[in-house]
Design a protein around this ligand. Structure first.
Ligand code: AMP
Ligand code: FE
Ligand code: FE
Ligand code: ZN
Length: 280
């Protein structure tokens, strides 16, 4: 059984619609795929229909923007109640802050490059969780850069003068909120150094005490040494170990199913989650 527990659609910063993503998952030979758009569950309804049609089991999820040790950390939540008031309000707060932040970044970039807010809006739809990838796509359309990768390596880099931060939930609060909403919280790519700093062991231990369910260990942003270390830490702390692609369609090189999660781990996630899997 092939299980990929981390993907993004156009509802956040992927380039496939939820339907296209589920169809691509079927085409890639996946039996189970999780849709985990940033800070929103807006893609779920469409993905549910596609899952039934394409014969792929859908794990409904989200990837929440968090902070720990003053760094950006991502928390995957699986199978939570999408109508939970606290989690909904927190998602709205993050997405509103992301929008203001994107406008502020465009204001800064516009001093040096021919970029307007309308150019960025043209890369989004109503309700999209707006992020740097949409600014990148606008810069690509204007031929300022060749692709998202080049944009992130230059104008949009975290250390760039154009960079503006946004509100994100404190990690331990987010874990408590996810559990209160019946969700299963898994730390996304904790060893990815692209965010400036990896999540410390101390933070992972504190997160485990706060109710964390698992660590995403097998991910392309982790070195073999990091995977070994994270797997050891997970065993010590009694955390589940997942593997996922973090697919973003054409927005990143990550391919569906390039890393997968064991069936027994999926079964444990489903056992802990409030919602069922949709589809076959
Ligand atoms: P933001 O949350 O708006 O600060 O943007 C971060 C998002 O940009 C992450 O969710 C990644 O999916 C995406 N991202 C980061 N680095 C790159 C890159 N080099 N190429 C494409 N997308 C990237
Ligand atoms: Fe992303
Ligand atoms: Fe992430
Ligand atoms: Zn992701």
């Amino acid at each position: 059984m092939r299980v990929d527990l981390h993907t993004h659609s156009r509802v956040s910063d992927g380039t496939d619609s939820p339907t296209e993503l589920v169809a691509a998952a079927a085409g890639a030979g996946l039996d189970v795929v999780a849709l985990t758009d940033h800070d929103t569950t807006r893609g779920w309804a469409e993905a549910e229909v596609a899952a039934v049609r394409h014969g792929v089991a859908l794990v409904r999820g989200a990837e929440l923007s968090c902070r720990a040790d003053h760094a950006s950390v991502h928390l995957l939540s699986y199978l939570h109640d999408p109508d939970d008031a606290d989690l909904l309000a927190e998602g709205e707060r993050i997405r509103a802050s992301r929008l203001g932040r994107a406008r502020a970044m465009v204001d800064r970039i516009a001093v040096d490059h021919p970029l307007t807010w309308d150019d960025v809006l043209a890369q989004t739809q109503t309700g999209t969780t707006v992020g740097r990838p949409h600014i990148a796509d606008a810069l690509v359309a204007l031929r300022v850069v060749a692709d998202r990768g080049e944009a992130f390596a230059s104008i949009l880099a975290t250390g760039s003068p154009y960079y503006v931060p946004y509100y994100a939930t404190a990690l331990l609060s987010a874990i408590a909120m996810v559990r209160a909403a019946g969700g299963v919280p898994v730390l996304a790519h904790p060893g990815a150094a692209s965010r400036g700093r990896v999540v410390s062991d101390a933070t992972i231990r504190a997160a485990a005490d706060a109710g964390l369910a698992g660590l995403e260990v097998d991910h392309r942003d982790h070195t073999p040494a990091q995977r070994a270390h994270l797997a050891e830490l997970a065993a010590e702390l009694g955390l589940l170990v997942t593997g996922s692609s973090d697919y973003h369609g054409a927005g990143k090189p990550n391919r569906l199913g390039e890393h997968t999660t064991d069936r027994a781990v999926l079964e444990e996630v489903v056992a802990q989650g409030r919602l069922p899997v949709v589809g076959p």
